[in-house]
Ligand binder design. Sequence first.
Ligand code: PHE
Length: 339
Amino acid sequence: MKEKISTLLSQVEAFNASSLEELEAFRIKYLSKKGLIPALFDDFRTVAPEIRKEMGQLLNALKNTAQERIVALRENMEVATQETKSDKDLTLPSMASLGTRHPLSIVRSEIIDIFARIGFTISEGPEIEDDFHNFTALNFPEEHPARDMQDTFFIEKNPDLALRTHTSSVQVRVMEKNQPPIRTISPGRVFRNEAISARAHCIFHQVEGLYVDTNVSFADLKQTLFYFAKELFGEHTQIRFRPSYFPFTEPSAEMDVSCNICGGSGCNICKYTGWVEILGCGMVDPAVLEACHINSEKYTGFAFGMGIERITMLKYQINDLRLFFENDVRFLRQFKSAF
Ligand code: PHE
């Protein structure tokens, strides 16, 4: 028996396999139920008691060696196949590509940068706002449609709270805490209960601007926004104002810029008008100043608000707003910026 064991042991130790099939054949031959090693265990039952202990140890050692041999050979084979299958050329220089910023972040940074150069600070406010800051202080009458569930996301447990529908709520917060001169812009997310389409989304981004001081006039508003438009869209950009209405500004206007795609001659982006609307603005209504404890006899101010999505779409000729929220890298990868 001892001889048998040592013959098998040397066979096991010498065994080498070049394929998984060979390895499996080896396992069956030596270790399966009817294999050579279990057969020795059967013989072991009839071994004389004096040598039982020695034989038992030898047998166990044989079995363990065979099992270990299989494991070791299998591991070797796996490593080898991984290496040959790998499509990585380890001699190539690093392929890691730099990430890019989201187009909305790029344009937001550009807008902030332009206003920062002419002395505007940045302020922020909460996305969950109370009725006072989002509506009442901004002169929204009780029955204004924006106060309707259809347009605004109210917080179920507390109808005084809603997701802010515009960044004008931040104006109120800034004016409550500071006396003029105030010169600030407020970028942020806003929420409206709209059906999602290529042109509308229930979440979007705005930048609000507010300037309050003595002797601030509509001419200041125009000049500031003219400077802004030229900085953002290029030196040759023209602007025009159309009368409009917002509860919190009087007079109110909407500002168009000459279409930066066709230069004003007409294309499908500007719907052949040569102009595209980019923001709402106006002189801060004295009632708003008063609601924020600012003396409307002494101070005047202007405010404006723009949608970052809309401006980004114009700047980059993107025709579907939903692309901003899908985070498809094939889309995002196209934007490179210094910001
Ligand atoms: N809050 C307005 C809107 O969301 C924009 C606006 C801001 C208009 C400030 C005038 C002044 O449409």
